[in-house]
Write a protein that binds this ligand. Structure first.
Ligand code: CA
Ligand code: CA
Ligand code: CA
Length: 303
């Protein structure tokens, strides 16, 4: 644990670095610093469980390299391998100049709006490219940093050695690479945005609302809502029927500890009878694979 911010003032945080395991906590999956007030942060949950933000998570910028992060508490739930989009709160359709509303597409993509009123000493969401941005847990634990705390790069940070790509963090949308499995929790010696981010043009909002990450098991995308029903359930005398709204290719029965009990290959049917007369009483899992390759699983009881 290393403390690197020593100033304590009301509204400013003293932040600490902790080691982070892969796919263990929320990180920033997208950063939008566009024209006008078009500013947004997308957070990603790389775990298999929902995460409640309320009371534990906050985020915000430091101003022009002053190493004094201003944090705003955030709320909501992020589903497993899902995201939540937080935008600067400028929604007045009649607003002009510094109060101009966000682009309609960004308004539509945002789940939450933050910090409607600007003040220089407290303006967590008013990043404009040269402000390091922090995601923080429990008030002081750094989960992620964009940029380098204590540095004002002048305009924005850019890919090292390539001045023609200047200002990745200003007037761009940047997206975390799918190979990134946790946030940056130690202030970097040098911030090179090209190492963990892909860059898109200013006012790109089309990528908000989802994130591709290698933390997500492939099967998550294959899983579909439970689109089949079993009856009777509990199963009586080792016989039951499976009915589906989709064409089924196979039905597989597993024991509660994962042993394959019975498999039936089907021919694009929506209804099938299954028999397993030797079944002992207990819990089993039925996996249905559909003709489009997707699958669904349900639990059944045998008596
Ligand atoms: Ca700034
Ligand atoms: Ca801008
Ligand atoms: Ca995204």
């Amino acid at each position: 644990m290393k403390k690197f911010l020593l100033c304590t003032t009301f509204a400013f945080a003293v932040l600490n670095s902790f080691a982070q395991n892969n796919c263990s906590d929320i990180f920033i999956s997208e950063y939008v610093e566009g024209s006008g007030n078009n500013k947004a942060i997308e957070l990603y949950n790389p775990t298999s469980l929902p995460i409640l933000l309320d009371g534990s998570y906050s985020m915000g910028r430091e101003r022009n390299g002053n190493a004094l992060p201003m944090l705003v508490e955030i709320s909501g739930i992020i589903q497993p391998y899902g995201v939540r989009v937080f935008a600067l709160d400028k929604r007045d359709p009649n607003g002009t100049g510094l109060e101009a509303p966000l682009a309609a597409e960004l308004l539509a993509a945002a789940d939450s709006f933050l910090t409607p009123v600007y003040s220089q000493s407290y303006s967590p969401m008013y990043f404009d490219g040269d402000d390091a941005f922090f995601l923080v847990k429990n008030g002081d634990q750094i989960l992620d940093i964009i940029g380098k705390s204590g540095e004002d790069p002048g305009g924005g940070w850019w890919a090292l050695g390539d001045p023609s790509t200047r200002w990745w963090t200003a007037n761009h949308t940047i997206i975390r690479k799918s190979s990134v499995l946790h946030g940056v929790n130690v202030n970097p010696e040098v911030f090179d945005p090209s190492l963990e981010w892909d860059s898109l043009p200013s006012d790109t909002f089309t990528e908000l609302g989802e994130h591709l990450c290698n933390c997500a098991p492939v099967s998550v995308e294959e899983q579909v809502e439970n689109t089949f029903s079993i009856f009777p359930n509990p199963v009586l005398e080792g016989a039951f029927a499976v009915k589906s709204s989709r064409m089924m290719e196979s039905i597989t029965l597993y024991s509660a500890d994962g042993r394959l009990i019975e498999q039936q290959n089907l021919r694009s049917v929506t209804y099938s009878n299954v028999f397993f007369p030797k079944a002992e009483a207990g819990v089993y899992f039925i996996e249905v694979i559909y003709t489009d390759g997707r699958k669904a699983v349900q639990k059944i009881m045998a008596r």
